[in-house]
Design a protein around this ligand. Structure first.
Ligand SMILES: Cc1cc2nc3c(=O)[nH]c(=O)nc-3n(C[C@H](O)[C@H](O)[C@H](O)COP(=O)(O)OP(=O)(O)OC[C@H]3O[C@@H](n4cnc5c(N)ncnc54)[C@H](O)[C@@H]3O)c2cc1C
Length: 407
């Protein structure tokens, strides 16, 4: 008998999952997406696309590595979705320089190439992004890259459709129904979809959609500033994307313009009631402007820009900076795929597919992503903990560690 799977959310996570599940024999996959087909209204439509493979949490390094491999070669309408441009971390102080040495050692232990660079070598790698006055050295990750999340999502959707998945747009999920303790139906305004399994891949809207099944998901949507400079003639050479870890700043050459983001501000949670249908909020000058000004100072004077477009995008966080990926104990047949970065989306989709179909798992420590791991903990405490991790996206604090318990 065919197993009916309904995925709620057609961002990069739901789409990558449809692409994996539709290939498994005996599975019928339907993706329900509230937005029209031509628009990505969730976080995927706003991500500037940094794919940094190395993370302090080995499970994330593993998912990132798998994702990058699967993004390679994906394109749509003549546009390339992923480029192994490399990622360059810059140190502006001696203590940051020794952190880069530790990161180089961690990369080695994780089986990823990473090269420590002198200040001169680092500046030569990305002269348009590095201010020589603020560079003591760098660490180059040659396997990192830059993604166009919209292009990847379109390519994955086409491939999933070819494999038999159905994408229904303008289909807002309004109800999740169970028979006994098993999910059985997904309801939209127009139609009801019988389901053996339902996967929630709703990004920042996960809390509201999970509540339809009486479930509380420990997700914290946060606001994040990213700005684009004016358009200019496309650069012939693409420099690596650059991060200044001790300043919590990153910048990218988008080809026809520069972009820069900063985490160096007071974290701004976004209440569920304030989320519209687009993962964007009005620009928050009070919280962002000063951090932005300081961040722009890290660019060379010749390439410093006046932002032409200021984006206040929203993405979801958890209390240990790890995704929620797997089944829930509360309701059989309900699966969660939330708080997942573009960086980890395709790898997470493949891992969840193996879990859902009983295939042997290739991913170690998938248990650490179990969506039920925070059960019984106070939502306010979990939100505070998530916000404390906002500035350190390449680190995570495992539950049980000293810092977590002191949180
Ligand atoms: C400014 C910014 C910068 C970022 N930078 C990076 C980066 O450099 N690298 C990186 O890897 N990640 C980055 N991210 C994070 C990344 O964009 C997200 O983690 C990722 O896109 C989440 O994908 P998703 O598919 O889970 O969610 P989304 O893309 O939000 O998709 C969820 C979908 O669910 C749909 N939906 C919601 N509710 C319903 C409903 N009731 N019925 C039907 N459909 C529904 C929505 O319309 C949406 O399309 C950034 C995010 C932002 C905002």
């Amino acid at each position: 008998m065919t197993r009916q799977i309904v995925i709620v959310g057609g961002g990069i996570v739901g789409t990558a999952l449809a692409d994996c599940l539709a290939r498994v024999e005996g599975h019928s996959v339907t993706v329900l997406e509230r937005a029209p087909r031509e628009r990505l209204q969730g976080s995927t439509g706003h991500a500037p696309g940094f794919i940094g493979l190395l993370n302090e949490a080995p499970v994330l390094t593993e998912l990132a590595r798998a994702s990058a491999l699967s993004y390679e070669g994906l394109g749509h309408n003549g546009r390339n979705g992923f480029n192994r441009s490399g990622g360059l971390e810059i140190a502006t102080t001696n203590s940051a320089l020794s952190s880069l040495e530790s990161r180089a050692a961690l990369a080695g232990e994780s089986g990823l190439p990473a090269h420590l660079l002198s200040a001169d070598q680092a500046i030569r790698s990305a002269p348009d992004l590095i201010n020589p006055r603020h560079c003591l050295g760098g660490l180059l990750h040659p396997h990192d890259g830059t993604a166009r999340a919209d292009v990847l999502t379109s390519a994955l959707r086409d491939r999933a459709t070819e494999a038999g998945a159905t994408f229904v747009h303008d289909a807002e999920v309004l109800g999740l129904e169970a028979r006994g303790n098993h999910i059985c139906l997904v309801r939209t305004q127009a139609t009801s979809y019988p389901a053996d399994d339902v996967v929630l891949a709703c990004g920042i809207w996960g809390v509201g959609v999970a509540a339809l099944a009486g479930l509380h998901l420990p997700l914290t949507p946060v606001a994040h500033p990213y700005v684009y400079g004016p358009t200019r003639p496309p650069a012939s050479i693409m420099s690596p994307f650059v991060r200044w870890p001790e300043h919590h700043v990153y910048a990218r050459n988008h080809g026809d313009r520069y972009g820069l983001g900063t985490y160096d501000h007071v974290p701004v949670p976004v209440a569920d009631e304030s989320l519209g249908h687009v993962a964007e909020q009005p620009w928050d000058a009070g919280n962002f402007d000063r951090a932005l000004e300081q961040a722009l100072d890290l660019l060379p004077i010749t390439h410093r820009f006046e932002p032409e477009h200021r984006l206040n995008g929203v993405f979801s966080m958890t209390a240990d900076n790890l995704p929620l990926l797997g089944p829930t104990k509360q309701l059989a047949g309900l699966w969660i795929a939330e708080a997942i970065w573009v960086t980890h989306a395709a790898g997470a989709a493949a891992a969840l597919t193996r879990l859902m179909t009983g295939m042997e798992s290739h991913t170690e420590s998938l248990d650490s992503l179990n969506p039920d791991r925070f059960n019984g903990q106070q939502p306010d405490m979990l939100q505070d903990q998530a916000l404390k991790l906002y500035r350190d996206i390449y680190a995570s604090t495992p539950p049980g560690s000293k810092e977590y318990n002191n949180g």
